[in-house]
Design a protein around this ligand. Sequence first.
Ligand code: NDP
Ligand code: TDO
Length: 282
Amino acid sequence: MKKVLVTGASGQLGQCVKRLSSRYQELEFTFASSDDLDLTLFGVVSAYLRLHEFDYCINCAAYTKVEQAEKEQEMAYLINAEAVKNLAANCAENDCVLIHISTDYVFDGKQETPYTEDDETCPLNVYGASKLMGEEYIRGLMEDYFIFRTSWLYSDIGHNFFNTIRKKAEAGEELNITTTQKGTPTNAYDLAEFILELIANDNQNFGTYHYSNLGEATWYDFAEEILKHMKTNSQLKVNNDFQTIATRPEYSVLSKEKLQNAFSTPVEDWKVSLEKLISDLG
Ligand SMILES: NC(=O)C1=CN([C@@H]2O[C@H](COP(=O)(O)OP(=O)(O)OC[C@H]3O[C@@H](n4cnc5c(N)ncnc54)[C@H](OP(=O)(O)O)[C@@H]3O)[C@@H](O)[C@H]2O)C=CC1
Ligand SMILES: Cc1cn([C@H]2C[C@H](O)[C@@H](COP(=O)(O)OP(=O)(O)O[C@H]3O[C@@H](C)C(=O)[C@@H](O)[C@H]3O)O2)c(=O)[nH]c1=O
């Protein structure tokens, strides 16, 4: 039986993996929240991996507060880069395949066509830069890894744009949303399922990949689509002066060509997947 460690298990993606894990009886899971396994305690992580002899580690842990990262640079780099370096070194030493998640924010958004894995990275904010450093450590330290860059992850769990919009709409608040960024919303359950299928199928096409749902949208389009499925009197307005501390890429649609050539699991259109989640939520 393959042994799978899930780090950052109480976060959005970690919980999605947990909810789907019961479908995979052939896999033995250990779900470790930050309280169970703090990735910044390097020695503890080394001892833990040596002791448990995992076959896979799905790293769902990260510092994801894009705005706050501008003020807490050290913390962002500690979790997204240095802790990942330590995790990668220990996975390599213990023959554990590392499945790591990165972000569309590694790009500067100057392109007008979907970013491929070979396109030049140039993060515009601390979060993106710290995530890129984490990726680079992994590529330098090990061979048996998957890095999935994803974008605009959402679900019914945790802090994300989908939940923010739903809460505001339920409260009848006016929504002022930017049209200045284009990317692809990604259902976190789809990514969780994709990863679990990869493990179940023992896929060995190691490397860096782009995974998001299909299609493209602005944040305004995303909000509009969420509201379509809700009964609300909230007004939706374009606001391209929405103030943020961190700069985001204007365009961060990810090309799925490499992914679709290497894996058999189909990738869903973002609107279809959003509708599916909303109907599952009832
Ligand atoms: N959310 C998004 O829109 C996107 C996310 N990603 C990437 O996807 C991955 C999953 O993101 P998501 O689930 O949304 O993120 P969340 O913020 O929901 O979850 C991250 C988890 O990491 C945990 N964590 C933080 N620091 C540590 C630490 N030192 N040791 C162990 N665990 C720690 C947090 O625990 P605690 O709560 O206890 O601090 C939290 O549970 C991340 O790598 C992220 O960068 C990529 C693109 C888009
Ligand atoms: C809540 C809100 C946001 N916005 C704008 C601000 C910003 O430019 C954009 C997105 O806002 P958020 O802060 O919710 O999303 P943000 O934290 O930028 O989301 C990112 O998170 C990290 C973890 C990733 O890796 C990225 O892929 C991406 O999902 O929408 C509005 O215009 N109106 C609003 O009411």
